[in-house]
Design a protein around this ligand. Sequence first.
Ligand SMILES: Nc1ncnc2c1ncn2[C@@H]1O[C@H](COP(=O)(O)OP(=O)(O)O)[C@@H](O)[C@H]1O
Ligand SMILES: [Mg+2]
Length: 235
Amino acid sequence: MEENKSVVLQLKNVWKLYAMGEAPVKALRGLDLEIRAGEFVALMGPSGSGKSTLMHLLGALDQPSEGEVRFENEEISRLDENQLAELRGRKVGFIFQTFNLVPTLTALENVELPMIFQNVSRANRRSRAQTLLERVSLGERLHHQPSQLSGGEQQRVAIARALANHPEIILADEPTGNLDTESGEKILRLLKDLNAEGKTIVLVTHNPEAAAYASRIIRLKDGHRIEDLSNPKIS
Ligand SMILES: Nc1ncnc2c1ncn2[C@@H]1O[C@H](COP(=O)(O)OP(=O)(O)O)[C@@H](O)[C@H]1O
Ligand SMILES: [Mg+2]
């Protein structure tokens, strides 16, 4: 681990409970965690262990039931919905297993969308979206809609979209879960390149080969962190 780098994400005794009738689901149970700038973390663990819940907290999409979540030392439970949205929009890029592109928009328009919310001018949006799509090797697919693209291509559009507002942190929740091996490897190599450029990455995966791209591997079980290793092959 890079001890000299600043802590970008910090959880202190974080609990997340979901109200479900009589017995609430305890998705996270007293989690402590620090993630430093420039780390590439693979988050593993069985289905239901709390991985997505943790990702939502790391990305300020949700608030803990108890405990503190600090984003660059800012305590997110003190922020209101507008401030949370602002923080997400500027600092975090999300990539999901199901791509979550807007089906009626072209690749270019999907990548432009987050920039609209940050008031980037039309001309600048266009040119940045194009540059980003070229970066993920989709320069020939700018005007395709999601249904006209393969899964791997759609996920690369989603990566370009995640990069639109120059986020410091990329959160990818099983981004290769719906892809064939070759398309998945392309996504992982892109994440690796982004990490080499200094972005902090958290990748949820079930696949040990995908986790091998990371510099640190954290395992969750029943809302607890049961293992936290630096990857000897990388760091
Ligand atoms: N919105 C929700 N409402 C109720 N229970 C939820 C909700 N989201 C997740 N859970 C429950 O919390 C636990 C952790 O879920 P999740 O974080 O999605 O795990 P993972 O991503 O590791 O599969 C599971 O038992 C799940 O059923
Ligand atoms: Mg999940």
